[in-house]
Design a protein around this ligand. Sequence first.
Ligand SMILES: [Zn+2]
Length: 425
Amino acid sequence: MVARLAGQLGGGCVLVTGTNGKTTTSRVLASILREARQPLLHNREGSNLMRGIASALLSAAGPSGRIAGSERMLGLFETDEATLPAAARTLAPRAIAFTNLFRDQLDRYGEVDSVFEFWRRALAGTPASATLVLNADDPSVAELAEGWSGPVEWFGLDAPEFATTSGGAFDARWCRECGGTFEYDLRYFAHVGYWRCPGCGRARVERPAVVARQITLSVESSMFVVDGLGAVTMPLTGLYNVSNALAAIAMARVLGIEDGPIVRGLAGVEAAFGRQETVVVEGRKLRLMLVKNPAGANQVLQLLGALARSADSKPLHVAVLLNDRFADGQDVSWTWDVDFEPLAQSLGRVWVGGTRAPDMALRLKYAHWPAAAAVEESPATLLDAILRDTSAGDDVFVVPTYTALLDFRGELARRGAVGEFWVHE
Ligand SMILES: [Zn+2]
């Protein structure tokens, strides 16, 4: 059914996958394509399994199974890492963007190696004419170019000012080709940066086609320079979101989109659900920053560290919410792979929530964070504590796992601060 429906799309299909950033990358790309007046079918409601792709196609189709206006329409499908083989086989994509490969929650897909194998298998079933849009900075993603006979469009960061010496767990330490240990001229987070293997000489491509440099991050936006586009602004912040934007820009160029719509699309992108979404409650700006795994959490903490170091910054108010339901990862030991420590000196008020609030409070105690003003499993009580301890005009960074975000956002919806999830999306 998916193959038959998608077969009507005259513009073909493109897929976006990776452990982190695929929702944001798809949002940025969709924004660019809208500016380019490209008719679009996008599984933006967030299910990135085959059933989500199927329902996006079905909802566009009439009773006869025809998709109106499909002659020029392009399918943009955010695709779960493990769904990629089925999606690539069924949709015969024109291009696939790979953002990164990190370890997800411990109990979800097992190790990164098995995800890499999903991807290898997916590429074996992908038309050789398809373009791979690859993150040059992630050696696991870059390796997909080996043995790919079709075109490759590379993107990467040129941001030595954001190099780190910590950055938490490496999710790729050894070269798959020869077993050598990767060395880094500079590293942004985890295993992402200017990598090379001293064993076999493989290394990050020297000149990716799409590069961001002169990156400036503020609380609500980022500015960076891209060759050909000049200085661009995007209302999303964090080095990881600049990398996501590059994936979208690279894909847009593969699709032949002109520079004007790319620049306007970046400027006009809206935050996805819980990803730097700002909710105002009684004058406080709650900035929701979903984290799903150690690498994602480290990226958010690194962003908070960068904001804390910026010139006019005050100590940061931060709430961390840890749940342990299936979608969060039931094994919460991953929090010990997250670098909470570097932020300890930059904090104002701290609150801890979620079904595993005491575990989280313990982790933060070991990270030398200030004692939490509240450790509350109930989202309502936690929100009350945040409002009690802050004043109108304050910024509060709320860092939840996935179902903790749903719970907390549900409480915000009950108080009328946000629409329900499906309405918002
Ligand atoms: Zn090697």
